[in-house]
Design a protein around this ligand. Structure first.
Ligand code: 6GU
Length: 225
């Protein structure tokens, strides 16, 4: 999968994909992530990409031309994107099922907004999906883009070593994950639940299922409806 990102601050995206699972996905050729500076398509020598908003009011708006020229050039070079995503707090809230759907695409462009957002006409003309990562406001879309790319990248087939492990994540079956333990069997007076030491996979599975349900009931009852 190819993922391009358009950003006024691409430096924010330097580290998130250089470690651990995202690094492996790229090394295996399963994921190609490229962050592009919008300033490359600035309207003048000063690097201008934003301007005052019509109608007045505080906050700058990211202009049409830099974004349109950037998208046109990227699509002329790499082909049409399957999705052009704008990350914005007024978008539809991102959930595991959205990550699952995106993980099957061949190419995605993510536009990161800053300031008051981007000119509405770019949303009308180019954007195919508008995504928020939760009900709070970030200072820019870059961290949201990184969250989405991580959630999508790790479930691309072949990225995780243990193919089953993504299936037991919290949310894949609308249940939170059960508690996990490692050595030692006793730590500061707390013991690992004896069922996990029985070596009986049926009992272990039943216990995990019950714990997952219990956690979900107390922490996220909305998931059970
Ligand atoms: Cl996608 N962008 C910004 N700026 N803030 C957010 C967000 C996105 N999702 C939640 N808050």
């Amino acid at each position: 999968m190819r993922i391009d990102i358009l950003s006024a601050v691409p430096e924010l995206l330097n580290s998130p994909f250089e470690h651990s699972i995202m690094k492996r996905a790229q090394e295996r050729g399963l994921l190609n992530i490229q962050a592009h500076s919008l300033r490359k398509w600035a309207i003048n020598k000063h690097g201008q990409i934003d301007d005052y908003q019509y109608g007045g009011g505080a906050g700058m708006v990211m202009m049409c031309e830099p974004l349109a020229n950037a998208i046109d050039e990227l699509q002329a070079t790499h082909g049409k994107y399957d999705e052009i995503i704008f990350v914005t707090p007024d978008g539809k809230r991102f959930e595991q099922k959205d990550a699952n759907t995106l993980s099957l695409k061949n190419s995605i462009l993510i536009i990161c907004g800053h300031y008051k957002g981007i000119d509405q006409r770019i949303r009308d003309l180019y954007v195919t999906s508008e995504i928020s990562i939760g009900d709070y406001v970030l200072s820019g879309g870059e961290l949201a883009a990184a969250v989405i790319i991580d959630a999508v990248g790790r479930i691309i087939p072949g990225v995780l070593n243990d193919e089953t492990s993504a299936l037991t994540d919290s949310f894949q079956d609308n249940l939170l994950a059960p508690p996990v333990y490692s050595r030692p069997a006793a730590f500061r007076g707390l013991e690992v639940p004896p069922v996990l030491l029985t070596g009986d996979p049926k009992k272990v599975d039943a216990w995990r299922q019950e714990q997952a349900l219990e956690r979900t009931k107390t922490r996220r009852p909305d998931l059970l409806k």
